[in-house]
Design a protein around this ligand. Structure first.
Ligand SMILES: Cc1cc2nc3c(=O)[nH]c(=O)nc-3n(C[C@H](O)[C@H](O)[C@H](O)COP(=O)(O)OP(=O)(O)OC[C@H]3O[C@@H](n4cnc5c(N)ncnc54)[C@H](O)[C@@H]3O)c2cc1C
Length: 444
């Protein structure tokens, strides 16, 4: 018997993860369409003279082997995971839980408790209260921002350190997020593992997902953009299906029509609304929420470092008190394959408070040379990337996520616009994949 067809729009880590889960279930005939000529979206890399330069993610898995991402990618199938170890996917620990550079000096810690001696006694006394605070869900009628909440309990120095981490990880500061989001994010970070680095960089995971899709008979079609989603009855050849999807191959003018019974959209809500025909009703309140949601931008520098650098750690290193840059990471101290032999790759990240990207880049560069005394002698800037518009840091700000269900049966959204409460970056994406796939199965 022919299986129902499911298409996944976008080969980002959320799209490929969902496709792999659908394909493993054997219930669907799965095809992924990706408009770019490469898979992985903002979670892969391009080789630049041996340096593995990210398309987005700085090769960090925030919660290591204990977070939702590891559970999904490495967990056994009986526990809801994809078991991608079979395809060589692995996560390598960073050398420290967290680090900081302050006044030119480097410090490292191996657990949250290892951080505490850097700060005041007040921070040690109040940390258990933060860890125990109920924040699994957003607080009702919440009006307070995260910084204000923390300021009543912790020293400025401790908050600035954590806020630099927030800048580095999600391009937002604590005063830009609801308090319950900040509390939950910190709990998730403190309770779980140190950050890990995917073996072979982000592309190691993407290659594993693609191998798994191949093994289960699913296809990934690159350079194919989905431009329209119509009811199946719109075209003669798709009338047996719930949807008729218009697909444009790069370099060709005419679209082809493909019939499908289920859609997982990984390309962001605004792109979904643009493609969706008026035949499908989306409530005004949902449209307005999507229209009012601003993607979050950011800027990242990549430096080639020589092997004489004094900092020899792959731990996320916070640069508190800087105007722009939140921190940096040198992933080659966990996976040397990310740079040519005898060299290291350093990746920085900074939030963007001002729309003038050019001046933000200059300010970030100034920040870096001022805060890292050895950078001028041991580093060479390879590139600087800005992330905005359709290639942002986050399609929805942390704490203002969009619904995975926009009210159209058979269509669900996955990716960084729909992360679960308090889960950041790919942890948030992974935490939603099982729900999305389950709802798609149930919609048949
Ligand atoms: C600078 C930066 C650093 C980061 N660092 C980290 C990190 O170290 N660790 C971490 O966990 N997270 C990190 N993140 C976040 C993480 O990279 C992203 O959240 C994640 O990669 C987003 O994945 P996604 O599944 O939402 O989709 P995306 O990566 O956005 O992929 C969606 C894909 O859909 C395609 N698409 C869109 N529309 C269509 C269409 N109509 N037809 C066909 N294809 C379409 C796009 O081309 C794209 O490839 C970082 C992000 C940035 C920008």
């Amino acid at each position: 018997m022919e299986r129902p067809k499911a298409i996944v729009i976008g080969a980002g880590v959320g799209g490929l993860g969902s496709a792999a889960k659908l394909a493993q279930s054997g219930e669907f005939d799965v095809t992924v369409y990706e408009r770019m000529s490469f898979a992985g979206g903002r979670f892969t890399q391009h080789d630049h003279d041996g340096f593995q330069i990210p398309t987005g993610a700085v090769h960090m898995i925030p919660h290591g082997k204990k977070g939702p991402f590891a559970k999904l990618m490495l967990g056994s199938r009986s526990k809801g995971g994809l078991d991608l170890k079979r395809h060589g996917v692995d996560l390598l620990p960073t050398s420290h839980f967290a680090c900081r550079m302050k006044d030119g000096k480097f410090q490292s810690a191996n657990s949250v408790y290892g951080l505490l001696p850097w700060f005041s006694a007040k921070d040690t006394v109040n940390l258990p209260g933060l860890l125990a605070k109920g924040a699994k869900k957003s607080w009702e009628n919440e009006t307070e921002d995260g910084r204000t909440w923390l300021e009543r309990r912790f020293s400025d120095e401790f908050i600035d350190f954590l806020d630099a981490f927030s800048n580095f990880a999600i391009s937002l500061r604590f005063d830009q997020m609801p308090a319950s989001t900040v509390v939950r994010m910190l709990q998730n970070s403190f309770w779980s593992d140190r950050p890990h680095i995917p073996k072979g960089g982000c592309k190691g995971v993407i290659d594993g997902l693609r191998a798994d899709l191949r093994e289960n008979g699913a296809r990934v079609k690159l350079s194919h953009e989905v431009t329209e989603i119509l009811p199946g009855t719109a075209e003669e050849e798709t009338k047996e299906h719930r949807f008729c999807v218009g697909i444009r191959r790069r370099g060709r003018d005419e679209a082809t029509w493909v019939g499908t019974d289920a859609i997982i959209h990984n390309g962001g809500h605004p792109n979904l609304l643009k493609a969706l025909s008026d035949d499908f009703e989306v409530e005004e309140v949902v449209r307005t929420q999507i229209e009012n949601t601003q993607a979050v931008g950011g800027i990242g520098f990549c430096f080639a470092l020589d092997d004489d650098i004094p900092v020899r750690s792959s731990g996320v290193t916070m640069l508190p008190n800087l105007e722009r840059v939140g921190g940096f990471v040198i992933p080659t101290f966990s996976d040397p394959s990310l740079a040519p032999e005898g060299k290291h790759l350093m990746i920085t990240h900074q939030y963007v408070p001002d729309a003038s990207v050019k001046s933000e880049i200059s300010k970030g560069r100034e920040d870096l040379y001022e805060a890292i005394p050895w950078l001028a002698d041991h580093g060479e800037e390879i590139c600087v990337h800005t992330y905005h518009r359709n290639w942002p840091c986050n399609r929805a700000p942390q704490g203002a996520e969009l619904p995975m269900d926009i009210g159209v049966d058979g269509i669900r959204c996955v990716g960084d616009g729909v992360k679960a409460h308090g889960w950041m970056m790919v942890e948030g994406i992974a935490s939603n994949v099982p729900n999305v796939v389950q709802q798609i199965s149930q919609s048949m």
